[in-house]
Design a protein around this ligand. Sequence first.
Ligand SMILES: Nc1ncnc2c1ncn2[C@@H]1O[C@H](COP(=O)(O)OP(=O)(O)O)[C@@H](O)[C@H]1O
Ligand SMILES: [Mg+2]
Length: 232
Amino acid sequence: MLNVESLNQFYGGSHILKDVSLSAQRGQCTAVLGRNGVGKTTLLRCLMGLVAPRSGDITWDERSVLALKPHERVAAGFAYVPQGREIFARLSVKENLLIGMAAHSGAAARRIRDDVLDFFPVLRQMMDRRGGDLSGGQQQQLAIARALLAQPSLLILDEPTEGIQPNIIQDIQRIIAALAARGDMAIVLVEQYFDFAAALADRYVVLERGSVIASGDRSTVASEATRALLAI
Ligand SMILES: Nc1ncnc2c1ncn2[C@@H]1O[C@H](COP(=O)(O)OP(=O)(O)O)[C@@H](O)[C@H]1O
Ligand SMILES: [Mg+2]
């Protein structure tokens, strides 16, 4: 289980995250909702160790991960699908996928697992294409597949629907639901697309200017009040 306890983070003099607390359990999807600029990506970068919080703690199965570097968090089971996907445009699809397995060694690290590719049949036909030649939706699928190949127990996704056509959004929703149902993975999903997040969220927090202003479970996520907190 992931626990974020009273996290505070600053960029220079700007107080970006203010006493943010949340938890995420295996078998569940925890949604982090909020408008542009409220600190969602910064929170995820803290989870991955890409920026350091000033105070607070992040624990995974009751051990603090704050001292771990990003690659050590990957080895501990954290996988990150960043906002904007960050596919290597000049590398092939296959090479992008192999990078997802770099944390593992031995023969298993050289085989791209079928159970991951079964989620993304389109990638099977595109193994030798360059990442940069894929559509936005295909790149997003590649980014999620790359993360899954690290065999994570914590999957962190930053706005996976951003700039993606509706039919692929549906595919991604089905895949995230299937991953949560498997029960072996905690999922932290940052989203602004409310209906997508509400369909997947077992629990949620709403961020506003760096603070958690609302939280709850599946029974309240779709309420008018939650929706109103996110309306522009
Ligand atoms: N590297 C950075 N340096 C300084 N300020 C930043 C940096 N990254 C983000 N910010 C600021 O921090 C705030 C939160 O940004 P971000 O976490 O990206 O929000 P969100 O993902 O919710 O849109 C914004 O005001 C943004 O301008
Ligand atoms: Mg963001």
